[in-house]
Design a binder for this molecule. Sequence first.
Ligand SMILES: Nc1ncnc2c1ncn2[C@@H]1O[C@H](COP(=O)(O)OP(=O)(O)O)[C@@H](O)[C@H]1O
Ligand SMILES: [Mg+2]
Length: 269
Amino acid sequence: MKDSLRHFSPQAHVPVDAPTGGLAPIGAPLLEARNIVKRYGSFVALDDMNFFIGRAEVVALLGDNGAGKSTLVKMMSGINPPTSGEIFVNGKRTELNSRAASERAGIETIYQDIALVDAMSITRNIFMGREITTRLGFLDLRRMEEVAVEILGSAVQISGIDNPRKEVGFLSGGQKQAVAIARAVYFKRNILLLDEPTSALSVRETEHLLGYVRELKSDGTSSVLVTHNLYHAYMVCDRFVVMSHGTKVFEAAKQDTSIEELTDHVIRT
Ligand SMILES: Nc1ncnc2c1ncn2[C@@H]1O[C@H](COP(=O)(O)OP(=O)(O)O)[C@@H](O)[C@H]1O
Ligand SMILES: [Mg+2]
């Protein structure tokens, strides 16, 4: 093993593929997708894609529009099962063919297209589908509001939101995104998938989110960050995977690459 990779993260990697700089995990990663093909009719959106998420690491998923990043994220979140290929969770072959299956595997996703209900309060949106109930089975609104206030204040600090009863429809795009992030943060699992989470955020909200990704890592939660902003990626990620035409074209650990090299691979492909 290369000496530079030995102390890279709790999840060590070995180089396997010279042309793409491909890396393979040592031991079972949290999640591994092997030889994934995804077809939409005759269109091939993922073409023999290989990807893994190690323990307590932040992985950047990079590539131009249409590269297949969102398709891969949706596959890992269970809403877009692959046409063929295998997925392993903690080394065990697993079918991620529903949102529930992906949640059971410890995966939480923040999508590019936010899925919130405008007519419901911030609190109800955060807890949608996973409401806290009293022992008698009624919705425990008071408890949910307490938690909502806590996470809105600590995790994401959404500018201008002080009342968790506010309807989501009255929020700005950035604030809505932040509610989606608060939701994911509260239900945090082993793996957080963030598909262009900062596109609607202010500079301050973005800094906060990126800081949070690092904090989660120190708590042992891994993240996958899809972003067009290579500076953001370089700031918070431990490993970089560049996709083009549905497959991996470059991969490197942070200490073995640079923003310039990553930019080059994203533009060239
Ligand atoms: N539901 C779909 N039906 C047909 N084609 C799709 C569908 N979803 C995505 N695609 C196509 O798959 C390719 C990859 O898309 P996507 O994963 O969204 O790329 P990225 O997130 O990297 O921009 C694109 O060419 C896109 O048009
Ligand atoms: Mg996308």
